[in-house]
Write a protein that binds this ligand. Sequence first.
Ligand SMILES: *[C@@H]1O[C@H](CO)[C@@H](O)[C@H](O)[C@H]1NC(C)=O
Ligand SMILES: *[C@@H]1O[C@H](CO)[C@@H](O)[C@H](O)[C@H]1NC(C)=O
Ligand SMILES: *[C@@H]1O[C@H](CO)[C@@H](O)[C@H](O)[C@H]1NC(C)=O
Ligand SMILES: *[C@@H]1O[C@H](CO)[C@@H](O)[C@H](O)[C@H]1NC(C)=O
Length: 414
Amino acid sequence: MAEVRRSFPGFALGILILSLALVLGSEAAGLRRSGETVFNVKAYGAKGDGRHDDWQAFQKTWIAACHHPWKAKMLIPRGVFLIGPVIFQGPCASPFPLVVQIQGTVLAQTDLSLYMGQEWILFEYINGLILMGGGTLDGQGSEVWKYSDCNVNSNCQMMPMGVKFFRVDNAIIRKLSSVNSKGFHLAINNCNNITLTSLRLIAPADSPNTDGIHLANSNMIVIEKSEIGTGDDCIGMIEGAKNVNITNVRCGPGHGISIGSLGKFPDEEDVMGITVTNCTFTATDNGVRIKTIQGCQPSKASKITFENIVMNGVRNPIIIDQEYNPRGKKLTVPSMVKISDVTFKNIQGTSISQEAINMVCSKAVPCQNIHFENVNLTFTPILGGFKMLDATSTCTNAVGNSFSGTQIPQVACH
Ligand SMILES: *[C@@H]1O[C@H](CO)[C@@H](O)[C@H](O)[C@H]1NC(C)=O
Ligand SMILES: *[C@@H]1O[C@H](CO)[C@@H](O)[C@H](O)[C@H]1NC(C)=O
Ligand SMILES: *[C@@H]1O[C@H](CO)[C@@H](O)[C@H](O)[C@H]1NC(C)=O
Ligand SMILES: *[C@@H]1O[C@H](CO)[C@@H](O)[C@H](O)[C@H]1NC(C)=O
């Protein structure tokens, strides 16, 4: 017995050392599984203790994975990884999409002086990317929001965004959470063919400019099955947003799903082919909104559909605002953004302001072909106790409107 007792721990220790050596060896070299090589940030020196800055390890892991000529995966395992700003730049060597799997939590540094650029994590010049893994990106925005004056100063310095994709094509972003980003959670600029699915983007209702997804100059974008509740737009689309499908998004709190502001910059690209279907808005400032700035250069926003939308206690369920002015004062010069072919179909629920539909189009270029079909919005003031009033609408400078099915409230344009 004594003999067995003595030899057993030795044997177990041997196995342990052997397996440890195997794990460490294969991690450093990259673990092959179904032809895929895994590049684990821990094998490149990441501590994952939430205290040391693992920025360098992340950068080295990316470079190794991106240079790998075959199937590669960058792995951020369970643990808490603190990092400052990092750039994941392509082009990568493999003909297969590079997989970045985040299982743990990635925490952003809170010292704003570290952020030279506009973002915390930048993916750029990549063709083929799969970013997934069930993990969380934590921007630690609550440490810095107090330094933002963007609610009162329109020329303010924006807080760094969480993750930005710039010139990334053919990508899937799936099953990730982003909480408390300093600025926007996700930004998509100059990208083609990106699907974002099963995301959770969360920040408090009073956090400044924490838009969920901000999209510009991008084509063929799908956003689906996601929960977005922030202090600003759940999804904001500006110039050059084309062929965007948004479905099954639960939005709130926040400012709703917005197209605009359009007309902010000279020579803006048109916005075209935006479809928002099967979405729910709860306690948001706006539901579906198009806003354009006064006195801007001409551009167009067309072929926009909002369909099967539920509004739960939304302040402005349907709103087109062409007299939007971020500086607050109304100008006399009209907006030059032409809005046409917009459909609002199967939109129901409750508005906490009486004016449930609010369309203020441009005097210079009136809205054209706005179609309303089965719209039923009820006015339910937040403070009970007063008598039920019907919801109302306003509509100015819109031509060629059409209507079918239920119209509550009725839209009368003049
Ligand atoms: C879009 O990207 C996905 C993911 O990389 C890819 O499978 C698909 O083929 C791409 N679609 C087009 C039209 O290129
Ligand atoms: C958006 O949906 C429409 C209708 O289902 C489809 O024809 C189109 O290809 C979709 N666009 C994208 C970018 O997936
Ligand atoms: C929206 O929901 C309806 C009804 O549940 C369903 O038939 C339709 O396919 C859904 N559309 C999208 C784009 O998911
Ligand atoms: C409109 O919605 C209200 C509240 O949900 C409902 O009671 C009413 O029957 C609806 N009207 C029509 C015409 O669908």
